[in-house]
Write a protein that binds this ligand. Structure first.
Ligand code: IVH
Length: 672
């Protein structure tokens, strides 16, 4: 490749990578699979390594660069980074609203912008000529630390702004945080490696940003939301804060999709309730909401008092960490035989939810933290994860607290326990076929929503079925009769018939769901989907060699070994055959080379409700034929697949003259 061609290709690659990052992180609407993104990045790196003179400082390959620092340099903020006044109740919010009206000498209802209050740390980011230039922490509000190299590693942050009218100089302010999945994964790994774990995602984000070595920061799963603008040169600011946020998003910065305009304090209070309800399901920690006067002129009129603006307030959630007494520790067996200690607690309210059980992870952690029965312990509840015991208040001990010995027998089946070398977990020595506890857990997993999705078969019912001896394995589920089921406590004719019906329906499943349902150690939903798409059939998966398995994204040596071990066991083979004899079936997936895929080059948008397939299933089917599936209709859309109750996407497709397919036409398309 000549340097001229290389320059041209790099330009295209950079533009494509930036576009895909934008779709992924800002629009939450990726157009290509991760593997394809990686391939583009790989190509870029290859070309850059041949022509180092063509590498620009803000190339997507340059997220990690430079030597570890000795120390951070100080950065003085041109405009101070302020903090917010807090409200913990509606009265304080009303008082805030009254003050705003008083100061503005108006009786007209004020429009506020309502935002989630991310629980991370504030950051100031400077773009010059649209290029990422510098990032600094808040510090004391006047002077912060230069964390440019670390912030550059955050994939969601654009290194170059996109779109029109980009000011020559722009300071973006926002919050850096660690998503909960990343936080949990990090802590798990750290624990395995015997390294320090973080007590909460906020500390994890702060600790990661304070790393002197950018390579370490790069390995931490950080993310960012922008929430305002600091200094700017050469920009005609819009009239409202809301428009500022829209502009930031258009320039490529991630802005929370939960942000809304609301009217008056009653609108603010409703928003608080709405967000409080969603909080547990959010993929990151928030500690309240922030309400800001929308009109920027009004903001200016209101000004500041000491270190906080008069035009904004944070309405905070009640604390999510509380202290209570540890009454007892019980051990529960999981579907792989691992025994997990569960803390029974004196019931306590954490963020509005009463908690009486919490997880202690494993015996190792229990001993490391020296937790004893009778201790005052710290309970933390974050998102919809199970509450955890994060620490113990040793100073409150009376001396009567009792250490917790490692269990020597399985609480479910009484078999001896074992602790395999270099594993922190203690396990039941019996196999999944001999231990009732493991069996019940395996069946729960098998029937769960993301596996075979047997509606009406909840955890309690599975336990009941196992303990009554009605089922011993997931195969037995499919032989249950209404007559058997009605003998169970609290089970009427109707529910029994419904369950039998649901089981009948669950027999028609998909390959990825079936693989996931098997509960192979460390094969989660994504891995199941990956191997299903790669091999196309269960038979091919069972015959796959280690090398072939490792060709799949996400599958490393450990998972490959787990998959092979699973299929090499005769009992598992018998289980699969029995399930198929019971009527379980799924279509094989077509494994197509990209260039042979029948729908390659086409982009579809899916909307509305369908009678036979879920939208995700339709998406997977289209993708397996090489098509792209986008989130919004544009002139590039090949067709809109519209089910019942289609709304704005349908009108947009009609406006643009894009073909619209109904379910029947979709089926034809998939068959073709
Ligand atoms: S506005 C003058 N908006 O909360 C306005 N802050 O207690 C200052 N925070 O240091 C910030 N989410 O780290 C704003 N949507 C949001 C926020 C937010 C989180 C943090 C930020 C700030 C602290 C103030």
């Amino acid at each position: 490749m000549s340097i001229k061609v290389a320059r041209q290709r790099l330009k295209t690659l950079v533009a494509d990578l930036e576009e895909h990052s934008y779709r992924y992180y800002v629009l939450d609407d990726p157009e290509i699979p991760d593997a394809q993104f990686d391939a583009l990045l790989h190509e870029l790196i290859e070309i850059e390594s041949k022509y180092p003179e063509l590498v620009s400082a803000n190339s997507p390959s340059q997220r990690v660069g430079g030597q570890p620092l000795d120390k951070f340099t100080q950065v003085k903020h041109e405009l101070p980074m302020l903090s917010l006044n807090n409200a913990f109740d509606a009265d304080t919010m009303h008082a805030f609203g009254e003050r705003v009206l008083d100061r503005l000498q108006t009786e007209q209802e004020i429009e506020y912008v309502a935002e989630p209050k991310l629980d991370g740390l504030a950051i100031s980011i400077i773009y010059q000529q649209g290029e990422y230039h510098q990032a600094a922490t808040r510090g004391d509000g006047t002077t912060g630390e230069d964390v440019t190299l670390n912030v550059r590693t955050i994939d969601a942050l654009p290194l170059r702004l996109r779109g029109k009218n980009i000011p020559p100089r722009l300071e973006v302010r926002g919050e850096i945080y660690m998503p909960l999945v990343g936080f949990d994964a990090y802590n798990k790994q750290a624990e395995k490696n015997g390294e320090k774990t973080f007590a909460n995602p906020r500390n994890a984000a702060a600790g990661s940003l304070r790393q002197l070595d950018p390579a370490i920061a790069a390995s931490r799963p950080l993310a960012i939301f922008a929430y305002s603008v600091g200094v700017s040169d050469g920009w005609d600011m819009p009239a409202t804060h809301y428009e500022v946020l829209q502009q930031l998003q258009a320039w490529g910065l991630p802005v929370s999709s939960l942000i809304k305009r609301v009217q008056g304090i009653s609108g603010c209070l409703n928003y608080y309730e709405e967000i409080a309800e969603q909080r547990a399901k959010l993929p990151y920690d928030i500690d309240g909401v922030v309400l800001k006067v929308n009109d920027l002129q009004q903001q200016e009129q209101l000004g500041f008092v000491s270190r906080a603006p008069r035009w904004a307030i944070a309405q905070k959630f009640p604390a999510q960490e509380v202290v209570t007494k540890l009454l007892e520790v019980e051990f529960q067996v999981g579907r792989t035989g691992a025994l997990t200690p569960v803390a029974r607690l004196e019931p306590v309210s954490v963020g509005g939810v009463t908690v009486s059980n919490a997880t202690l992870h494993n015996m190792d952690e229990l001993q490391r933290k020296d937790i004893r029965v009778g201790d005052q312990v710290v309970i933390r509840r974050a998102g919809d994860v199970i509450p955890q015991v994060t620490g113990v208040i040793a100073s409150k001990r009376s001396g009567k607290e009792k250490p917790i010995p490692a269990p020597t027998t399985c609480p479910a089946c009484g078999s001896d326990t074992i602790q395999p070398e270099d594993e922190v977990e203690i396990r039941c020595s019996a196999s999944a076929y001999e231990c009732d506890g493991q069996r019940a857990e395996a069946i729960k997993h098998f029937a769960a929503r993301r596996a075979l999705d047997v509606s009406g078969l909840g955890n309690k019912l599975v336990e009941q079925l196992v303990s009554e001896g009605l089922i011993k394995s997931c195969v037995d589920l499919f032989h249950l009769t209404t007559e058997q089921l009605v003998t169970l406590e609290r089970m009427g004719e109707k529910s029994a018939a419904n369950l039998v019906n649901a089981l009948e329906q669950a027999k028609h499943t998909t390959l990825p769901r079936f693989i996931y349902a098997l509960g192979i150690h460390e094969v989660g939903e994504a891995t199941a989907l990956g191997v299903a798409q790669h091999f196309g059939s269960l038979q091919k998966l069972q015959q796959a060699t280690t090398e072939q398995l490792e060709e799949v994204d996400d599958v490393g040596p450990v998972v490959a070994k787990n998959i092979q071990e699973y299929f090499s066991l005769e009992s598992n083979q018998e289980l699969i055959t029995a399930l198929q004899s019971a009527g379980l079936e799924w279509p094989d997936l077509e494994v197509l080379e990209p260039e042979n895929a029948s729908l390659a080059g086409n982009t579809y948008v899916i909307t509305g409700k369908f009678s036979e397939l879920t939208r995700n299933e339709i998406k997977a089917s289209l993708q397996s034929l090489g098509a792209k599936v986008a989130g919004s209709v544009s002139s590039k859309t090949t067709a809109l697949i519209a089910g019942e109750k289609a709304g704005s996407k349908l009108s947009k497709a009609n406006d643009l003259g894009i073909p619209v397919y109904d379910e029947q036409q979709l089926n034809k398309l998939l068959d073709s």
